[in-house]
Design a protein around this ligand. Structure first.
Ligand SMILES: *[C@@H]1O[C@H](CO)[C@@H](O)[C@H](O)[C@H]1NC(C)=O
Ligand SMILES: *[C@@H]1O[C@H](CO)[C@@H](O)[C@H](O)[C@H]1NC(C)=O
Ligand SMILES: *[C@@H]1O[C@H](CO)[C@@H](O)[C@H](O)[C@H]1NC(C)=O
Ligand SMILES: *[C@@H]1O[C@H](CO)[C@@H](O)[C@H](O)[C@H]1NC(C)=O
Ligand SMILES: *[C@@H]1O[C@H](CO)[C@@H](O)[C@H](O)[C@H]1NC(C)=O
Length: 547
């Protein structure tokens, strides 16, 4: 009996010693590479990572996915400015590149990642088979590229600037950072960059310890119209329940989520790479909306520049939102929640079941749909196979990649008369069988542990405390940033003047209004005694593009 107990003690001790060493290899921090497009919640996620204790988590590089919500130049500038504010000019930022993929499938160095792999040839110019699901103007890339003007108005400008041909490319940065040693990869945009890296440098896979992904929907059901989170009305059957979130393409493809839809073949490469994967899909993020309570709590707690920056951006997103459901049904914590879950899992890395503070986890076998059944057809939609004796990348004839590939939003193949769309490109489908991968999947956000807390999800509170930490905070010196700024109040002297007719000019801030204002200011005060009021401009956006 005694020896048995002693043995147990020894084994437990060994597990403790070795286990402990596993997750802080000789006390060194976990190295992290983040691949992101630069949507609002992507930079929340970036700032969250930058706030973490650098002895535990060290962000090494950011690579930008220029194949989704943002364009290369804009997103590099925004990331540079954020990093400068946070005093982290040491972090490399990679984007784009001029390389291509030859007809025979040879991948040249530095493929730009501007196009989905299926349409990538030798040029950086090509069609927008998937990306057209993202609106170009309002409610889409325009908003995200400009961050509604807040980036220019708020962030200090450092010395790093985007310079197209001299910018480190995403592929260079991935190769440098991943060949330097064990690293964890976070993918919160489309997977093009990382998939190209994996296809080109399979020998470096062994250095990637884990991939955490925000994307896809496995068993998710959207709640539009019929079952808002805070509403008791019952859902009618079939009234809601789509897995995906392609708000521009529900009619054709109700299954896909934007990040995976941006390049389904790339996502397939990543999921099937053999590297351990944790997925945070819409299933989980749909349960953590930016609700009223969280918004108010955030409004009241902005102790750091980074918290102010995030809140201002969030508020602008809300104020320009297309409907009144921002707080309950349409805006969620996507990427930030994913990073929170990932970090919490990494902090307890002795568990295999992804035990963490913020999300419930479950193992599932899934795959990424890249083409639609029946397989083995040749209808002009699939450049991997069409007109080729040998399929590109030696893909299998009649295999899962050989069916019809969605060509765009108007693809007639996808539409079913009086029914839901049938295209599943980009669907992270739960299946059984050989061609599936066992993945740890977040299924829902965990409730807050505090009784009576307004913030009913554990992660709401964590986000606010992390983003407001006094450590590693933004530096922002208004004086150096705006050297010509003076606060001066000019008061005209009207003492000996007879003022003319009082006129109130109620303006919003559109260009035409400014023009009219200048015109009125040219009129002598003896003729017009001008007063100005402003009626704001939120109503501008009402009834524009439906989101
Ligand atoms: C950061 O982590 C290190 C190592 O775990 C620890 O010694 C240090 O106290 C932490 N710093 C803060 C500010 O929590
Ligand atoms: C939810 O799905 C329905 C179709 O079932 C679709 O019409 C609606 O636009 C979707 N809404 C959101 C916000 O996801
Ligand atoms: C799940 O996927 C793994 C490969 O990742 C496979 O070995 C296993 O058989 C699959 N399980 C089921 C039930 O399909
Ligand atoms: C919260 O309430 C439950 C019962 O409603 C109780 O068991 C638990 O101890 C309470 N937790 C805290 C932190 O007060
Ligand atoms: C801001 O910069 C100015 C000029 O460089 C300097 O005099 C001032 O002390 C700085 N303020 C802070 C808070 O660092």
């Amino acid at each position: 009996m005694m020896w048995w107990r002693d043995l147990c003690v020894v084994i437990v001790l060994m597990m403790w010693v070795f286990g402990g060493e596993l997750y802080t290899v000789e006390g060194r921090p976990r190295r992290i590479l983040l691949d992101a497009d630069v949507d609002t919640d992507d930079f929340f996620a970036l700032l969250y990572l930058l706030k973490l204790n650098r002895s535990e988590f060290e962000l090494e590089a950011v690579t930008i996915s220029a194949n989704a919500w943002t364009n290369a130049g804009h997103s590099v500038h925004q990331i540079y400015d954020i990093l400068y504010m946070m005093d982290r000019d040491d972090i490399t930022v990679g984007v784009g590149g001029e390389g291509g993929i030859l007809e025979d499938g040879t991948i040249l160095p530095n493929v730009g990642g501007y196009l989905p792999i299926i349409d990538q040839g030798v040029s950086t110019v090509g069609g927008c088979r998937y990306r057209q699901a993202i609106p170009i103007g309002r409610k889409g890339r325009l908003d995200i590229d400009t961050n509604f003007g807040i980036q220019k108005g708020f962030l200090p400008r450092g010395s790093r600037k985007y310079s197209p041909l001299r910018q480190p490319t995403a592929q260079q940065v991935m190769i440098d950072k991943i060949s330097a040693g064990p690293i964890t990869v976070f993918l919160i945009g489309t997977h093009t960059n990382f998939a190209i890296f994996l296809m080109n440098s399979p020998h470096l896979k062994k250095n990637v310890e884990h991939i955490y992904i925000m994307g896809g929907g496995v068993g998710s059901r959207n709640c539009s119209g019929c079952c808002p989170v805070n509403d008791n009305r019952a859902c009618q059957d079939g009234e809601c329940g789509d897995t995906g979130n392609l708000f521009t393409d529900y009619n054709g493809n109700p299954y896909a989520e934007f990040n995976i839809f941006g390049d389904p073949f790339a996502a397939y490469q990543v999921f099937h790479s053999g590297i351990p994967i944790t997925l945070v899909p819409l299933d989980a993020t749909n349960t953590i909306p930016i609700n009223d309570e969280f918004f108010k709590a955030f409004e009241q707690r902005q102790d750091t520049f980074e918290a102010q920056y995030c809140f201002q951006s969030l508020k602008m997103a809300r104020d320009t939102w297309f409907d009144s459901h921002f707080h309950s049904q349409t805006y969620f914590m996507w990427d930030t929640f994913t990073i929170g879950v990932a970090v919490s899992i990494m902090q307890n890395s002795n568990n295999n079941d992804g035990e963490n503070e913020f999300a419930e986890m479950e193992y599932m076998n899934i795959t990424v749909v890249t083409s639609n059944e029946p397989y083995g057809i040749s209808d002009g939609s699939n450049p991997f196979f069409d007109g080729r004796k040998v399929p590109k990348f030696n893909l299998k004839k009649g295999g899962v990649h050989s069916g019809h590939v969605q060509t765009g939003l108007q693809d007639p193949f996808c539409f079913v008369k009086d029914g839901r769309g049938k295209c599943k490109d980009g669907y992270t489908a739960k299946l059984t069988g050989l061609d599936t991968v066992r993945v740890l999947v977040a299924t829902k956000a965990k409730p807050s542990q505090e009784n009576g807390s307004e913030l009913d999800k554990a992660f709401y509170k964590n986000f606010l405390s992390v983003i407001n930490l006094p450590q590693q905070t933004g530096r922002f010196n208004f004086t150096t940033e705006f050297p010509y700024y003076r606060e001066v109040f000019y008061k005209p002297d009207f003492r000996n003047k007879e003022l003319g007719k009082p006129v109130i000019f109620d303006m919003d801030m559109s260009a035409g209004d400014f023009l009219a204002l200048f015109y009125l200011l040219k009129v002598p005060v003896e003729v017009l005694d001008l007063k100005v009021s402003s009626s704001g401009f939120t109503c501008f956006y009402v009834n524009q593009y439906p989101h």
